[in-house]
Design a protein around this ligand. Structure first.
Ligand code: NPW
Ligand code: K
Length: 520
């Protein structure tokens, strides 16, 4: 599990560790790690460090100090290093170290932005040491303009600890921020490096161990890895039969919306459900039977009757909602499904129904909801843009207010449950933003719930394999990866290895699931 922390958590751990070490030790470790990463990148691009132009953007705190000491190390290897002193103060020790090895600082008599514009444009490497975990709120001037100027850099941009302008604790970006190709982070991951929009600004994250590990508390956020997900996925044993592997019921589709049902059933079948029981009206049942003969289907004879799902037989978990519709009949089906005591996943139209009738959530079994920002907006009465900008805050709020497990879909999918670290999904690709992929995800998570996983594990496991399958489908990449940042290219142009990407349809994701599961 890759764990991440808030600024306050990191600071407390640093204080405890610092108390045991001579002054300056931690900054020394941080700067050495930062310089090593920068040297490696420069060597990769130019063949050597010697003679390269390096510009340090230096704020008034220790983040600037790290940049200065790292700059001194690069200057010792022959780089031409200039520090842009942007703050009212500067880390004196760092500046002295840089000057001692021939590094320069900007002339304080000439307007800083004038000098910076030219320097940044010509640099092989810009090191962003404006603010780190001490930053709060939108960047003030001149930092904001300097951060904006890095977008015009023709060379590499490397952020120190966290890109300036990204809130390290939340990933929120309020105004200008540095967009880095790489971020060198010290001691532990910060939440903002994993959660969008901040994560998009960080580029590839390089971790430098400064010995903080034993002093860190329980994490605030955690990102499962291949091994974590492989460990939690149910695997059939010799004793398994279809019932023990888990029967998932899917109540989805309507005569008007049939595709969502086919996709949700596909997700469940391909993710390894022991059996899928599909229940709906006649037309979706006909189409599901045609596409997935594995599913056992039931046509609801009387949606408004006493128990519309009475005929369905035993299931260990339900998926409710994709394409279900939002009328009186859909509401009656939702009420019947939610009155079962097994885990229920609520998605799509099911979310519209519970937004209108919160009483549906008062139930005995565990509930997992899987909204995107728009659906969560209706559930919480908060504008969609606000949710997109503050994903961590709102996924937690939804879990607390609704008393359910929440999977918030989007560019970084988050899973929240009260009193647990928020799980962040690191697989996926921007190509997943296409109709129907959410229905496949619901089917996968339903299969995992029926297989006995908790809502928390089923949601994060499903998001992970769904994202891996999507990458496979997009790239034809047998390992489903090939991207050092572990993320798709935000511009959707291709991964770091230059493999071409192609658009995918939701069914492609379902079809790629077995290969994704094999790759784990
Ligand atoms: N502690 C450790 O053991 C280690 C810490 N390490 C490093 O220290 C970093 C933390 O250093 P830090 O605490 O000095 O804060 P930092 O991030 O440099 O920024 C503080 C200054 O920024 C300013 N400022 C704030 N918000 C702003 C805004 N919106 N817009 C503009 N300015 C803003 C504010 O300036 P002021 O307003 O006071 O002039 C404030 O003084 C950490 O990220 C890591 O890199 C490593 O060396 C490893 C060991
Ligand atoms: K920074």
């Amino acid at each position: 599990m890759r764990t991440a922390y808030t600024s306050d958590q990191i600071r407390a751990a640093e204080l405890a560790l610092m108390a045991k070490l001579p002054e300056g030790t931690l900054m020394g470790r941080a700067a050495a790690g930062l310089a090593a990463v920068c040297a490696g990148l420069l060597t990769g691009v130019r063949g050597r460090v010697y003679g390269s132009h390096v510009v340090l953007l230096v704020g008034s705190g220790d983040n600037g100090g790290d940049a200065l000491y790292a700059g001194a190390r690069l200057a010792r290897r022959g780089a031409r290093v200039v520090a842009v002193l942007a703050g009212s103060r500067v880390h004196e020790g760092g500046l002295a170290a840089l000057r001692a090895v021939g590094g320069r600082a900007t002339d304080l008599r000439v307007p800083i932005l004038e000098q910076a514009r030219e320097l940044i444009g010509d640099a092989d490497l810009v090191v962003d040491g404006l603010v780190g975990i001490g930053g709060s709120g939108a960047l003030r001037e001149p930092y904001a303009t300097l951060a904006g100027l890095t977008a015009q850099a023709s060379g590499l941009v490397v952020a120190v600890d966290v890109p300036s302008g990204v809130d390290a604790s939340t990933g929120e970006v309020d105004g200008a921020a540095v967009r880095a190709q790489a971020t060198v982070t010290f001691g532990a991951y910060k939440n903002g490096l994993l959660i969008d929009p901040g994560a998009r600004f960080a580029g590839a994250v390089e971790f430098v161990d400064i010995g903080l590990g034993p002093y860190l508390p329980d994490p605030d956020v955690a990102a499962p890895t291949d091994e974590d997900v492989a460990d939690l996925l149910p695997r059939p044993g010799a004793e398994s039969d279809k019932y023990r592997r888990g029967v998932v019921g899917i109540a989805a589709g309507s005569d008007r919306y049939t595709g969502a049902a086919v996709l949700a059933v596909g997700g469940a079948v391909r993710a390894g459900a022991g059996m899928v029981r599909f229940v709906s009206s006649a037309e979706p049942v006909r189409l599901v039977r045609a596409r997935w003969p594995e599913a056992v289907t039931t046509i609801i004879a009387d949606p408004l009757g006493a128990d519309p799902i009475e005929e369905v037989g035993r299931v260990q978990a339900w998926v409710l909602g994709p394409g279900l519709g939002t009328g009186a009949e859909a509401h009656a089906v939702a009420r019947a499904v939610l009155s079962a005591q097994v885990p229920v996943l609520v998605d799509a139209d099911g979310l519209t129904l519970i937004a209108r009738d919160r009483g549906l959530l008062r139930r005995d079994g565990p509930t997992l909801i899987t909204p995107h920002a728009g659906e969560l907006s209706r559930l919480l009465g908060v504008p969609r843009e606000r949710i997109e900008a503050r994903r961590l805050e709102h996924v937690r709020r939804a879990a607390a207010e609704l008393g359910v497990t929440v999977l918030l879909k989007g560019s970084t999918t988050l899973v929240a449950e009260e009193d647990r670290p928020v799980r962040v999904n690191t697989t996926g690709t921007p190509w997943l933003a296409t109709g129907g992929t959410g229905d496949v995800l619901a089917g996968i998570a339903g299969a995992l719930l029926a297989g006995g996983l908790s809502c928390y594990d089923a949601a994060s496991g499903a998001a992970y394999v769904h994202g891996l399958a999507a990458r496979l489908a997009v790239r034809g990449d047998p390992a489903g990866r090939g991207d050092p940042a572990g993320r798709g290219d935000p511009a959707g142009r291709g991964d770091a290895a230059g493999r071409a990407e192609a658009p995918i349809a939701a069914l492609d994701v379902a079809q790629a699931l077995p290969e994704a599961l094999r790759a784990l």
